[in-house]
Unconditional design. Structure first.
Length: 251
C-alpha cells in the first residue's frame, strides 16, 4: 500500500518538475522595459524561461541585482553613478567589479532633451547654462536671455537614468535648485512643466514626445545615455541564452 502511495505521489510531482520554468527577473529602466518587452517573451519561451520585467528605476534595478532580487538589471546611464548613491546609502551594498555589462545600441535609450513651459521664449541653452540652471546658480530666466521669471527645474528621482545623465554629463554633481520641484515618475514631468510658469525639465525625448503643453528645446549636440543589461558575473544556462538573444535581437 505504501509503495502504491509513493508511486502516486511521484507521478504527481514529476510532471510539475518537468513543466517548471526558470524565472528571470529583469528590473530597472522603464525605457528599456518598453523597448525589450515586445520581443523578450518569445525569447524566454524558446529557452524555457519566464521573463518578469519590473520597471522600478535604474538605480533600484541595480540594487536588486546586487542583492539577488533580480537576475538582470536594465541600465540607462552610468552604473558607477548609481553604485555611488547606493553605497552612500548602504555602504558595501553594490560591488560593480562583479558586474558583467552587455551594451545595447544607442537606439534603445532615446536622446535626452529639455522641455520648458510655453511662457519661456528661450530657443536654446548652452551646456554651461544648463549646468547653471540645474545646479541652482541661475534662478531667473533673465540671466539666460529670457523674461524676468523664476526658473523652476522639475526633477526626476535620483534613481532615474536621465537624472543620472543630467548629473554626470551636465551638472557634474547632484542637480538641485531652491525652486526645484520633484516628481515620482518621469511620465509626470511634462504635465508638471506645462502647469508651472518658468518650469524646465531634462528628460528622455521619448517621454517628451508624449507630453502636451510644453515647448521642446533639443540638445545640440545630441546626448544619448549608454544602455546595457547587467548581470552578476558571466551568466550561464538559460540566463546566458536569454541575455545573448536579447542583445542579438536588439542590434
Amino acid at each position: 500500500m505504501k509503495s502504491l502511495l509513493r508511486l502516486a505521489l511521484i507521478s504527481l510531482l514529476v510532471p510539475a518538475a518537468l513543466n517548471a520554468q526558470t524565472v528571470i527577473r529583469l528590473n530597472g529602466s522603464d525605457t528599456l522595459t518598453r523597448k525589450l518587452q515586445p520581443f523578450a517573451q518569445a525569447i524566454g519561451q524558446a529557452q524555457g524561461a519566464e521573463l518578469k520585467f519590473l520597471p522600478n528605476g535604474v538605480g533600484n534595478g541595480i540594487a536588486d541585482l546586487a542583492s539577488g532580487q533580480a537576475e538582470v538589471a536594465l541600465v540607462v546611464g552610468s552604473v558607477d553613478y548609481f553604485a555611488r548613491l547606493l553605497n552612500e546609502a548602504k555602504p558595501g551594498s553594490v560591488d560593480t567589479t562583479t558586474f558583467r555589462l552587455f551594451r545595447l545600441p544607442e537606439k534603445y535609450a532615446a536622446p535626452a532633451t529639455l522641455v520648458v513651459h510655453p511662457g519661456v521664449p528661450v530657443e536654446k541653452l548652452t551646456r554651461d547654462q544648463i549646468r547653471e540652471i540645474f545646479s541652482g546658480v541661475v534662478t531667473n530666466w533673465s540671466k539666460v536671455g529670457g523674461p524676468d521669471l523664476p526658473v523652476v527645474p522639475v526633477l526626476q528621482q535620483p534613481m532615474d537614468g536621465y537624472f543620472a545623465t543630467l548629473a554626470v554629463v551636465f551638472v557634474h554633481g547632484t542637480p538641485s535648485s531652491p525652486n526645484a520641484k520633484r516628481v515620482t515618475k518621469s511620465s509626470e514631468l511634462c504635465a508638471v512643466v506645462a502647469a508651472t510658469p518658468g518650469a524646465i525639465a531634462f528628460l528622455s525625448s521619448g517621454v517628451a514626445a508624449t507630453g502636451t503643453g510644453v515647448r521642446l528645446l533639443p540638445l545640440d549636440p545630441q546626448v544619448v545615455p549608454p544602455s546595457a543589461l547587467a548581470t552578476i558575473g558571466e551568466p550561464t544556462g538559460p540566463l546566458k541564452a536569454v541575455v545573448d538573444e536579447l542583445v542579438a535581437k536588439a542590434k
